[in-house]
Design a protein around this ligand. Sequence first.
Ligand code: NAD
Length: 263
Amino acid sequence: MTNTFPTPAPLPPPAAVDLNGRTALVTGGGSGIGRACVLALAQAGATVHVVDRDAAAAGAVAEITGGPVHVADLADRAAVDLLPAEVDILVNNAGLQHVAPLTEFPPERFELIQKVMVTAPFLLMRRVMPHMYGQGWGRIVNISSVHGLRASAYKSAYVAAKHGLEGLSKVAAIEGAPHGVTSNCVNPGYVRTPLVEGQIRDQAAAHGISEDDVLSDVMLARSPVKRLLEAEEVAAAVLWLCGPHTSCLTGASLPLDGGWTAC
Ligand code: NAD
């Protein structure tokens, strides 16, 4: 099947949102979507704390923004408890994938994915929400996935974690509402990141088909828009959720999925 939806021309900068004086924290900020979020928030004027277990990747982003870096493993509760609490914008982004049939899924891998993708976001919300309540303003953006709304075979831990994150986000929205704090999920389909580019190569080799065919017939089979999302498109949605027009938008899940969940 031909890819009839090529990647768009270079994207213009996102709509102006002024975050001067705001402090943000982005987990998994060293790569992919997290990196794009760090750059977009910093470009809007925020001081952005980059949290990642990959010191080199986090350092490379912080070199561009001049913001602080925290090398931390989010599966380690003690490390999460050392992260800054005076944060106005929290982006829970760090994540990982493991693909295996449920009957063969390694339990320790399942537990790790819940720790990084559900427990760490909970611990971070618990940590930063008192500061947000104190000032009457805060934005929590959870990078969920189309897999927070739909399931796929062989992704039990990831789908369970993203559905858990969806529930957590809604509770934060309800509790945060009287304090000017919103909490939302962003739900991308497949995004062009190092993680996904590797998956395309692996699947092409495994199935003996071209990378274009992996894209159109495997990854994008359920998406009416037949192209990968760019990380900057996700970051633009995150930035918009932190802007001045979204204080009534809370407890929501914003699909950036090329129409996948409309099917
Ligand atoms: P990525 O692999 O490019 O980046 C993930 C970052 O998280 C890395 O820098 C990694 O070091 C960091 N990280 C992972 N585990 C960590 C841990 N225990 N402690 C600290 N840092 C850790 O991934 P990405 O594609 O940018 O994905 C980012 C988020 O977006 C994930 O939550 C993912 O589920 C979600 N998402 C991705 C896609 C996609 O197609 N790429 C689609 C939907 C949702």
